[in-house]
Design a protein around this ligand. Structure first.
Ligand code: AMP
Ligand code: MG
Length: 414
């Protein structure tokens, strides 16, 4: 069977995924890491009044065309405006954020003035019309689209909603994700390791990444390689969870056995993806068309492969399922170009996701070097890397100094 390019696997997967149907309305401080379920339009102008960008004096420019001295007749503070009206030859002391008094058309910064007793202010420069005034609606206009449906609510978007006085917003529910690891050889941390056994790494990695994606997690633990136990757990997941993520049991040899169980319960594709690490990957739906369906992701067993396929395939799929919009999904994995500091090993045929470290060299240019041995069972070097070096399927070995694509890790791997 020919290997499936990663972009094609992604496209096929995204086409089959439903969008969330239910929404709930929550107070802003309960919305961190949720996805917005409706477009938000601004109910007000921000700022809602003309105000000063500087500490200084609010003036009428035409007064200073004739002379360089004005009489200070009052003060305007942020939150405590000056309520009078300016007559010819007058100015008002003003602070940053304070309302511009009626009749004023510029603010002169304090540093460009001198005081000379009796409330007389001398202006060293002639101001320009409108200088240092922040205009109504300059930041956000009333009625303007502020955040599109599908935006991630985080530290850059939630304060924006707060600045508009929006106290609650409709959001999509958190995804309920069941996780399990498969393999007779697996042992949970905290238990002694007997001969031929290994510790379960993948459930740890998957759980941590799901937590960052704000999913609700149902942990089914480790499953032995037993079809009856598999079947029971998969049926349970179909009832309890929106998504089931497993690891192991999808590679050649084992796939037949998982396949038999899954084919009884739903429609699952076992892919061989042209990527390294991470070739085997299963995707589909548990449950029949007209019943509740649970999305299934079967990650490969090797820990690096499990992590990389989760990041490259499950991450965008989960983002889509959670209601995130296309531009926000695209932002999750942005590419840059860097020069490889050393030669890179690469065989033609599969797209490589090598673990690398990128940095700016002494000339300020981006450079990258691989970290550790690139085997899919070598997990220990991951923490020293800060990006994937993404090498095209058709590309062969890379010489030192050649340009390569890098994908800096997002918060999922930090
Ligand atoms: P499999 O895909 O089940 O054939 O597993 C491939 C390799 O990954 C084998 O060496 C497994 O022992 C190993 N492996 C599978 N699951 C895990 C896990 N949860 N943690 C660490 N290694 C695993
Ligand atoms: Mg296995």
């Amino acid at each position: 069977m020919a290997l499936l390019p990663l972009t094609e696997a992604l496209q096929q997967m995204l086409q089959q995924l439903p969008l969330p149907k239910v929404t709930e309305t929550l107070a802003l401080n309960a919305c961190a890491n949720r996805i917005l379920a409706e477009d938000i339009f601004s109910p007000i102008n921000v700022p809602s009044f003309d105000n000063s960008a500087m500490d200084g004096y609010a003036v009428r420019v035409s007064d200073l065309a004739q002379g360089n001295q004005l009489t200070q007749i009052g003060k305007s503070f942020a939150g405590n405006p000056f309520n009078g009206e300016l007559k010819q030859g007058e100015c008002v002391r003003i602070m940053t954020g304070a309302m511009i008094p009626q009749g004023c058309d510029a603010v002169v910064m304090q540093e460009e003035t001198e005081t000379s007793g009796d409330n007389q202010i001398i202006f060293c420069k002639t101001p320009k019309l409108g200088q240092n005034i922040r205009r109504v609606g300059e930041d956000v206009k009333q009625g303007e689209l502020v955040l599109a449906k599908g935006s991630l609510l985080n530290v850059t978007t939630l304060p924006l909603l707060a600045s508009l006085g929006i106290a609650q917003v409709p959001v999509f529910p958190r995804l309920k994700v069941a996780i399990l690891s498969t393999g007779d050889e697996l042992t949970s941390v905290g238990e002694p390791l007997t001969e031929g056994k290994i510790y379960d790494t993948n459930r740890f990695a998957v759980r941590l990444m799901l937590e960052k994606l704000n999913c609700e997690i149902i942990d089914y633990g480790i499953l032995p390689d037993d079809p009856q136990i598999f079947e029971a757990k998969f049926i349970q997941a179909q009832q309890e969870a929106d998504i089931l993520i497993t690891s192991g049991g999808v590679s050649v040899g084992e796939a037949d056995f998982t396949k038999d169980v899954l084919e009884k319960l739903g429609k699952i594709a076992f892919w061989k993806i042209a990527m390294k690490p991470g070739k085997p990957f299963a995707f589909g739906k548990l449950g029949q068309e007209n019943t509740k369906q649970t999305i299934f992701f079967g990650l490969p067993g090797n820990p690096v492969s499990a992590l990389v396929t989760f990041y490259q395939l499950a991450q965008p799929a989960l983002a889509h399922l959670s209601g995130m919009n296309e531009p926000s999904i695209a932002k999750l994995t942005q590419n840059l170009t860097a020069c490889s500091a050393v030669p890179l090993k690469k065989a033609v045929g599969r797209q490589d996701f090598q673990r690398g470290f990128y940095y700016a060299n002494e000339r300020g240019e981006l450079e990258v070097k691989p970290i550790g041995t690139q085997g899919s069972h070598i997990f220990s070097a991951f923490y020293e890397s800060n990006c994937f070096i993404v090498l095209e399927a058709e590309r062969g070995a890379v010489q030192a100094g050649e340009k390569v694509t890098i994908q800096p890790f997002n918060s999922l791997l930090k």
